[in-house]
Design a protein around this ligand. Structure first.
Ligand code: HEM
Ligand code: HEM
Ligand SMILES: [Fe+2]
Length: 465
């Protein structure tokens, strides 16, 4: 830790870990219900467990983003945070919002708008929290006078994510109108501005971990962000195929969303080649696993499995089936869960007693079990989904009859999800088993070498001296 205020990040990460664990409990409960019989049918039905599962996901990933930002911004701007107190007040408000929302869902208090189920008072708290967050980060950068491109992309991502949440505050009686605007938040988050956040963390980690040249990395970051925007905005229309809007959205959605994976190919090549070209100048190989892993798994889950069902002639069969769940899991995990776990793995050794930079055997088990488990879960959803589409949508079998015929895939889902859950359990244990320590240390030789380019490159030396 180079700045005392970076300690704030530890508490955000700790909260994220607890909520991640809880998310899986509700995921396993949801999966078990596909197998039945369901003793909790009247206490915790599927819709409630699924809402809690997905809302916990969004809350813990955003908590991770906030923690990672509070870690990264002092490092990049070389200064203490503007207000540590404000950062803690923000965390407390955020946790109260999250916990009460979950309790509310147990009593069916929610808007029913998928992934945006938070009741209005909670939504208002979310907006307040985001404003506090942006103010704190903005003031920190302003105070320091040092603003890197990586930070710029991160801030643009966070600011736009806050802005895009605003349509979710409105309520529409008409279902088509409601769905139309829902995607402005959900799609433009995960296929637009959150990818900027992921891209910024990726660039930061690669610069630190691989020793890649900052100017080259930041130039590529611009290209990727540009591509995401170009394809992602009109790509929103891949959610408009069957919601009651004019038919011209079909070709627009198909064409532009099919271009989106290009940006993800760019990101994976970017990450892999940075590692190959610059070698490993940092001992934290565990964080590097998570970093490169995130870029590659995003290409698989979002790029490949997104492309698999984004064309209208395919989507008319697969829309809203387990094929969507297949893609949703792999994409969300690769892009947003893994990048948060990468930032945690990078930051943690300098915030805890006795945790080795290189990571421990437990840390590597956590990585590989999660990867294997999530890959297996993706295959389970995929095979179940293919069966479902064929039996229900093509042969015309009833929904419940179909579900009975694809039970074996849910057995596979629970088995592979259990492997995944052990991996997550190990990560959480590895997080909490070392006591936190918040001593400020000067940067190591390696870090100094990484961050400050040699004086031969005069432009960068001037900029970063
Ligand atoms: C990191 C990036 C991505 C994430 C986290 C993600 C996540 C998700 C999630 C959670 C859903 C379900 C949403 C809902 O029904 O409320 C979804 C739907 C969808 N995604 Fe993605 N996605 C990503 C990128 C992509 C890309 C690049 C493509 C296309 C190439 C794509 C194509 C689709 C399509 C077509 C649907 C609608 C499925 C349906 O009709 O039921 N996604 N995505
Ligand atoms: C123990 C591990 C997990 C299990 C057993 C599990 C199970 C499930 C089940 C059964 C559903 C409902 C699918 C449906 O509507 O038919 C679901 C939804 C979802 N889960 Fe998970 N999950 C797990 C972990 C995760 C993780 C780690 C993520 C993301 C990083 C995630 C993201 C999602 C998303 C985005 C949805 C909504 C998908 C949609 O509506 O299409 N889950 N999960
Ligand atoms: Fe989308």
């Amino acid at each position: 830790m180079r700045y005392r205020s970076q300690a704030v990040a530890y508490w955000y990460f700790a909260v994220a870990m607890v909520l991640f664990g809880l998310q899986l409990v509700f995921g396993l409960l949801s999966a078990a219900k596909y197998l039945g019989p369901d003793p909790l049918l009247y206490i915790l039905p599927f819709d409630v467990t699924k809402v809690i599962h997905t809302n916990l996901l969004i809350v813990w990933v955003l908590t991770g983003f906030m923690g990672a930002t509070y870690w990264m911004v002092p490092d990049e701007s070389r200064t203490e945070l503007h207000s540590v107190k404000l950062a803690y007040v923000q965390l407390v408000l955020w946790v109260i919002m999250g916990v009460t929302a979950i309790i509310g869902y147990l009593f069916r208090w929610g808007t029913g708008n998928k992934l945006l189920e938070q009741p209005l008072p909670h939504k208002i708290v979310i907006v307040i929290v985001m404003l506090m967050f942006l103010y704190n980060v903005g003031m920190t950068i302003k105070k320091s006078g040092r603003f890197t491109t990586t930070e710029g992309v991160l801030l643009l991502g966070i600011g736009s994510a806050a802005l895009l949440y605003l349509p979710a505050l409105l309520h529409y009686e008409n279902y088509t109108v409601s769905i139309y605007y829902r995607w402005w938040t959900i799609h433009l988050w995960v296929e637009g501005v959150w990818e900027m956040i992921q891209g910024a963390f990726l660039a930061y980690l690669l610069i630190r971990l691989s020793g890649a040249d900052r100017e080259v990395m930041e130039k590529w970051l611009y290209v990727i962000v540009g591509l995401v925007f170009f394809a992602g905005i009109l790509g929103t229309a891949h959610h408009y195929y069957w919601v009651g809007v004019p038919a011209y959205w079909l070709p627009i959605g198909g064409f532009f969303s099919a271009l989106e994976p290009l940006a993800l190919v760019g990101m994976a090549v970017y990450a892999y080649s940075a590692m190959r070209r610059s070698g490993m100048s940092h001992p934290n190989t565990l964080a590097l696993h998570w970093t490169i892993g995130s870029a590659l798994f995003t290409l698989f889950g979002a790029g490949l499995l997104g492309l698999a069902h984004t064309w209208p002639s395919v989507n008319k069969w697969t829309h809203g089936t387990l094929i969507t769940a297949m893609h949703g899991h792999a994409a969300f995990y690769g892009a947003y869960a893994m990048i948060v776990l990468a930032m945690i793995s990078y930051a943690l050794p300098s915030m805890t007693h006795g945790r080795r930079e290189q990571g421990s055997a437990v840390g590597y088990w956590a990585f590989w079990l999660q990867l294997a488990g999530m890959f297996g879960m993706t295959l389970s959803f995929a095979t179940a989904g293919i069966g479902q589409v064929y039996l229900e949508r093509i042969l015309g079998l009833g929904y419940l009859d179909t579900q009975l015929k694809i039970q074996v895939h849910f057995v596979m889902l629970v088995a592979t999800a259990s492997v995944f859950a052990v991996g997550v359990g190990l990560f959480i244990w590895d997080f909490f088993r070392y006591r936190p320590r918040f001593e400020v240390e000067p940067p190591s030789d390696v870090e100094r070498g990484v961050d400050v380019p040699p004086p031969t490159s005069s432009a960068s030396a001037e900029r970063y001296a």
